[in-house]
Design a binder for this molecule. Structure first.
Ligand code: UDP
Ligand code: MG
Length: 348
């Protein structure tokens, strides 16, 4: 998989998204990224049909085939044949879980969007309660795998650290932001462009628009069929996403970006020396070797000062661009979170 995503639309095989008429009103859309899950899909869909079908509301499930190498796509076609609730989006190549989710959002029509994994680790039985919680007046309900069935050192410990860091950056204490099982009000995610491994930061990212977030303990099961695609590469990308989020938030906090502040002595000291040299006593003549050496040194330091100013401006620019974009990863936005979190449920 790759973090690079071309403009949406070109990612799909034409005509692979299917299903019933666009205008239809849908209450719940499930969005499920699929990569090599042929054995899990029939079981998963049966569970979904039972638990979501049993809710008595209109629903659809969008399976996003992230260009599986196994027979997942054929299995999905079969499921769509049997159940009109099924819609399929298929990528031209493997893009990764986050772009798959994003594509699913684009194609979803429900007022509520629920995301989950295709590998049966998330339990569709939890969906009705998750949606009920959302209806209490939250914008996002995040699953909390209190009893997570994944490796300790490779998965649980790093994710614990990541969750702590996110809490530090955003102030929002979401215990398990990496849990894919989440329910969203569609307004909240409709315009959020996500890439890299950012799907797990959706709650924090949407604090920008003042999201009210709730957590709910959910069931987590071990993976029985197929293998986890989570490796060291994906872990590194998560770390990078976190780091840039951290950098942007600290840049935005200061009165000036750090580099500009650093430049001050480099710029001020040469100016001071220059002033003394001209206005000071006659004995400080420019003709001494000391003074000549000093002029060269100060010339170099003031150049460093100029570089620092430029870096500071660059940092400022990055922060500003970031805030103009629809991917608001900055503390200016994050700082609304406390109000948002303490506000509690809103009237529906
Ligand atoms: N997935 C995907 N594209 C990828 C890797 C994974 O769509 O390149 C899907 C996968 O089929 C599953 C979900 O994303 O539904 C989570 O993947 P996985 O179980 O491998 O990750 P883990 O649960 O171990 O974090
Ligand atoms: Mg999994």
């Amino acid at each position: 998989s790759s973090g690079f995503s071309p403009p949406s639309g070109s990612r799909y095989d034409s005509g692979s998204a299917g299903g019933s008429g666009r205008a239809e009103q849908v209450e719940i859309s499930l969005v499920i990224p699929v990569y090599d899950e042929e054995e899990n899909l029939p079981v998963l869909h049966a569970e979904i049909a039972e638990h979501v079908g049993g809710m008595g509301v209109s629903w659809e499930v969008i399976y996003v085939d992230d260009r599986s190498k196994d027979r997942s796509f054929e299995v999905l076609l079969q499921l769509r044949e049997e159940d009109p609730h099924v819609r399929i989006v298929r990528f031209r190549r493997n893009f990764g879980q986050t772009p798959a989710m994003s594509a699913g959002f684009e194609h979803s029509r429900g007022r509520v969007v629920v995301t989950l994994d295709a590998d049966l680790q998330n339990d569709p039985k939890d969906i009705p309660a998750l949606v009920a919680k959302l209806r209490e007046g939250y914008d996002i309900v995040v699953g909390w795998r209190k009893n997570r069935q994944d490796g300790l050192m490779l998965r649980k410990v790093p994710s614990r650290i990541a969750n702590r860091m996110i809490a530090r950056i955003s102030g929002a204490t979401v215990h398990d932001t990496g849990c894919t099982l989440k329910a969203f009000r569609r307004e909240l995610i409709a315009n959020l462009a996500i890439y890299g491994e950012q799907h797990r930061f959706l709650p924090v990212l949407s604090l920008a628009s003042g999201a009210r977030i709730a957590e709910m303990v959910v069931n987590h099961r071990p993976r029985i069929h197929g293998v986890s695609k989570y490796g060291i590469g994906r872990a590194a990308r998560v770390a990078l996403d976190l780091l840039t989020m951290k950098m942007l938030s600290s840049f935005a906090k200061g009165p000036l970006p750090y580099f500009t502040m650093l430049s001050l002595p480099f710029v001020a000291i040469p100016i001071l020396y220059f002033a003394i040299g001209f206005l000071g006593p006659e004995s400080l003549s420019f003709s001494t070797r000391w003074a000549q050496a000093m002029i060269v040194t100060l010339g170099l330091t003031s150049m460093a000062g100029v570089y620092f100013i430029l870096l500071g401006l660059l940092a400022e620019l990055v922060v500003k661009l970031n805030m103009r974009s629809d991917r608001p990863m900055s503390s200016r936005h994050l700082s609304v979170r406390k109000a948002a979190l303490s506000a509690g449920p809103a009237p529906v």
